[in-house]
Design a protein around this ligand. Structure first.
Ligand code: NAD
Ligand code: DAU
Length: 358
């Protein structure tokens, strides 16, 4: 089992990074080292999500560094100062619609930023093979779109179709190239759609929950029949820990929920849940469903085959969709302050830009 003492988490103030940090610093978890969270705090990064973690662990097991992964000098000084032995690379621009509206930030962070982080690791670790690891977090979207049948395996050819997925595919190739060319010890994971607490409400599930609570129209792209494979975020975090500690160097692993839903069916379930928990009339929410202009290049179906991960490492999903969705709705209902803080002016501007034109 690989050990890690000083773990650099890039993008640790975002949705999945927050959940990963919370898992590793939870009581009884096997990780006993330090976490250095490097985050540029873009619109998607929120330190409020880690306030309790910082209060308990700052200066001992948890450190925050404000910075951009594109800043090579800062990266090197972080590697040196904290003697980083493991990188868990979440930082990215992550929303497909934003990549369509403005692709440049995706190239800057996801491609150039990943390149700089790889360079810093290579420079600091030199030719070290033992006791160091660069884990790159990627997406199933690099594989493109499936028809009605079949699954993405680790051998599926790359076929990205949005600026977001193209930038992530590019970063995956860079990570593997650094392994093959320079011998950098890496692992890589491609995960399906995550949901759960702390997700920025631009993504389908939190967007819909918040709009139901405020009586706004629920915008469904196209015919609502696009299919995603949903995984509870804490199960993604535990899969990452399994790969970081036990995954084979140089290998990639698919992570998925084995839980396919088309968007409109998911929305009906979510409406029933929100209605049940709040007393808002379900029929009144249903009446707000609005079919809007489709996302350009909208991938039809994603579905992950994660048998390699399950076969090699001690991991399986632990939260079924019914439980996970209920926990998610409960979390958003219980955190009005977090929601108020995140729904700042820029968020309103994004909603206007993305939805007014549809
Ligand atoms: P997110 O958008 O919620 O968070 C991204 C974080 O990265 C934010 O805290 C942001 O401030 C930070 N960041 C952005 N640019 C940065 C930069 N240049 N330097 C430093 N920090 C920067 O994203 P997420 O949903 O938590 O996704 C995390 C990773 O997981 C991404 O790489 C994404 O591609 C991947 N992924 C996400 C999903 C999903 O369903 N959300 C699924 C599979 C893979
Ligand atoms: O598959 C993994 C990917 O999942 C991650 O790599 C991305 O970072 C993450 O954002 C997510 O991408 P999607 O595009 O699948 O997620 P999103 O929540 O944006 O959309 C999910 C589905 O819902 C998709 O088919 C589009 C649809 N949708 C989305 C929004 C925001 C709507 O119908 N209406 C909406 O308003």
């Amino acid at each position: 089992m690989r050990s890690c003492k000083n773990l650099l988490v890039s993008g640790g103030a975002g949705f999945i990074g927050v959940n990963f940090i919370r898992l590793l610093l939870s009581p009884g978890h096997a990780f006993s080292g330090r976490i250095i969270n490097l985050d540029a705090l873009t619109y998607a990064g929120n330190l409020m999500s880690l306030e309790d973690i910082a209060a308990r662990h700052a200066g001992r097991r948890y450190f925050f560094e404000l910075g951009d992964i594109g800043n090579f000098e800062q990266l090197l000084s972080i590697f040196t100062c904290y003697e980083i032995d493991t990188v868990v690379h979440f930082a990215a621009e992550s929303h497909v619609d934003r990549s369509i509206a403005g692709p440049e930030a995706f190239i800057r962070t996801n491609v150039l930023g990943t390149f700089r982080l790889l360079e810093a690791a290579r420079q600091y670790w030199g030719s070290k093979q033992e006791g160091v690891l660069f884990h790159h977090i990627s997406t199933d979207e690099v594989y493109g779109s499936l028809g009605e049948t079949g699954y993405f395996t680790e051998k599926s050819p790359y076929d990205p179709r949005s600026p977001y997925s193209a930038s992530k595919a590019s970063s995956d190739h860079l990570v593997m190239a650094y392994h093959h060319t320079y011998g950098l010890p890496v692992t890589l994971s491609n995960c399906s759609n995550n949901y759960g607490p702390y997700q920025f409400p631009e993504k389908l599930i939190p967007l819909m929950i918040l709009r139901m609570l405020s009586g706004k129209a629920l915008p469904v792209y196209g015919d609502g029949k696009n299919i995603r494979d949903w995984l509870y975020v804490e199960d993604h975090a535990s899969a990452l820990w399994a790969i970081i500690t036990g995954g084979r160097t140089g290998e990639k692993y698919n992570i998925g929920g084995e839980n396919e839903w088309d968007n409109i069916s998911l929305l009906h379930s979510l409406i029933a849940l929100v209605s049940g928990k709040t007393g808002i009339d379900a029929a009144a929410i249903e009446a707000t469903i609005t079919f809007v202009k489709d996302r350009p290049g909208h991938d039809r179906r994603y579905a992950i085959d994660c048998s390699k991960l399950k076969g090699e490492l001690p991991w399986k999903q632990s939260v079924d969709f019914e439980t996970g969705l209920a926990k998610t709705v409960d979390w958003y209902l219980a955190h009005p302050q977090w929601i108020a803080q995140i729904q700042r002016e820029k968020y309103q501007q994004w909603l206007k830009k993305n939805y007014d034109a549809r």
